[in-house]
Design a protein around this ligand. Sequence first.
Ligand code: 26W
Length: 822
Amino acid sequence: ERRGISERASLDKRALRRSFLDNLLYVQGKFPRLATKNDYYLALAHTVRDRLMQRWISTAAAYTTQCSRTVCYLSAEFLMGPHLGNNLINLGIYDVAAEVVGELGLDLEDLLYQEEEPGLGNGGLGRLAACFIDSLATLEVPALGYGIRYEYGIFHQTLSDGWQVEKTDKWLRFGNPWELARPEWAVEIKFGGHTEQYTDEHQRLRVRWVAARIVNGVPYDTPILGYHVNTANTLRLWKAEAPESFDFGQFNRGDYAGAVTQKIVSENLSKVLYPNDEQEAGKELRLQQQFFFVSCSLQDMLRILQIQRIPVEKFHEKFAVQLNDTHPSIGVAELMRLLVDEQLLAWDTAWDITCKSFGYTNHTLMPEALERWSLPLFQRVLPRHLEIIYEINARFLDQVRIRFFGDEARIARLSLIEEQGPRYVRMANLACVGSHAINGVADLHTELLKQDVLKDFYELCPEKFSNKTNGVTPRRWIVLANPRLTSLITETLGDGWIRDLDLLRGLESHIDDAAFVQRWQAVKRANKADLATHIERRLQISIDPDSLFDVQVKRIHEYKRQHLAALHIVALYCRIKANPNIEMVPRTFIFGGKAAPGYHMAKLMIKLITAIGDVVNFDPDVRGRLKVAFLPNFSVTNGQRIYPAADLSEQISTAGKEASGTGNMKFQMNGALTIGTMDGANIEIMEEVGKENFFQFGLLTPEVYAWQARGYRPQECYERSPALREVIDLIGSGYFARGDSSVFKPLIDVLLRYDPYFLLADFDSYVACQDEVSAVYKDKHRWARMAILNSARSGKFSSDRTIRQYCSEIWNVDKVPVRLLS
Ligand code: 26W
């Protein structure tokens, strides 16, 4: 029976309804009266999953028969967010699915919120990887995302008395309908032990790694469908398991308990995501995790070469392997080991292949984020890789010595091994030496890499360096997150903008169309009302949807300066207390973000914000003109509610510290105006929207450097600015801590003594700029026009643009359109 495609893949409404009810019965084993909301979510998820399969198989078939050049994106983090809504949109069946569930008395949005999001990342870097694989699929580029299937993702944040409390993220509790285990493609990963030399049958000296322990890596595949295309690429995440033979085999004969312990040790490898952002901790398990997923992935690539009968010498022609920061950079040494020790290639051939395969993206200028592993630790976990790194280093430094004769200081800086004091392996140096391309993630960031962090590598090989300014996917961050805006834009311009975001420029010609501007304002107002309702439910504080929504959502970090925003709130509060009848634009300050569990100052910053809220929100003098809401557990899901409702986007990092930022782009697309420093991609956002549509303040990067060189004295700023003094003194007095002056003392002390992130230096400039924001907001029409222009000029920040640049300038890959197999 072949009447077109099977019922199970059909996108028409009747087929969807039948599948949905079928899956409720056959997958969930429930009839409607007994079904929970989660049963309905899973029934719908399976309905969608069925419809992905045909595309997934067709894609795999196209890539296999054409032996397509493939991007392998190696990332320790993929912060995907929920899949169901995105897949409905990319399949083009969101509205019809809403009708189907609606006719059964259910609400689609309600079902979407049932999905536990896979929070397999910390923040910017992990979310960037997710946007990139969406764009790769939409652009029909053959690509695999490789990472770790953490059993526990980023912790769930709750607040207790205004302090952050962490809860484990049991995202797999109710099963994961989007993944497929592929145990037939499991690989073995070695750890520890020692190396031995031996001579092979050709009398050549070779090295054998005799491991102390073996762990199995089992791939779990998730299809990643592009927007309105047949391409469904694969996200392949590795789970660690104890090998059967190891459990009860020769090592543990008779030792049942020992075998079980061994199993637990093995499975610990993919147990939990490290919640540190921009702070290197040097933990052994983290190095093991990195090696685990990288070795699994490289072995998987060798398997793919084999089934496509491509000789191993052509590895670099088949694969473009991208290192998402240094976390996967052990791959340079591991590919050398696989090619030399196991595939028996000559060192020089292997090195040539390795360098042509890898590209390295740097994501941070923070020195404390640069990964280094102590030599004893490295030797213990990866003895063979240490030898390989020594060999790479010796050959590399020989060349450096010839180029820079006698420059021993430079050689010490370029070395893969840090030699002053305790010795370390420097992973950024390994990534630079082993890659043919090195990139930063915004113009300023790339310039600072060249001048500063990677200066020596730039002077050695300037041709390796390029910039790839980050971007975000408009499918998730506009179409899915902001359906009202999506309808307005599509009714105005057609729907081409979803694949070609530059078309948003077309909105500019509607800026004088009063009806359009009014509809724009209505969209924002409705989004704000939705968020207000959400906040009221969660936090029991009333929110005025007509107040200015001033939003800062991102990881909590001193360099991102959430506490500068807090100082501003206190400054406004002081104005009200001094003159309760003062005229003031009502504002709602919305914060969200997680602090690394061991980062005490970041946790204190959260407490400061919540403590200010607890006073300001209930002081009758304020008369509702200021509200402060810290929304717990900022995540992809929560971001999707927040960005569309923002009026003002806070991007206030110290100049020269934020590599790019990507939240800034999500706000801009959704029509928020930015108040920001000249940092990261803010600079490029201002270039696109024009100075007159951007609120700029603060020191510039060279000014920060100059202040540092001169010896910055924050105390002087404090003494010079009466407003600042009042704010600092009020917090220091314990006013926001029921009179307990000890609570915020550590934070105030750092600001007055060192202020490493220049809050006090930027305070007056920030407050003046915020006053300008309020003045503009009073003119609602002017504000709306500026907001429309921000959206209209956000095309550059689509990750489609970013990925096109990676494809042509680093990866040299082309698209491979997929024909649907019937
Ligand atoms: C070892 C600890 C650690 C963990 C994570 C060090 C560094 C990281 C990441 C590189 C931190 C990160 O997410 N960086 C962010 O990357 C985004 C995507 O490029 C940028 O937009 C952000 O500016 C940058 O902070």
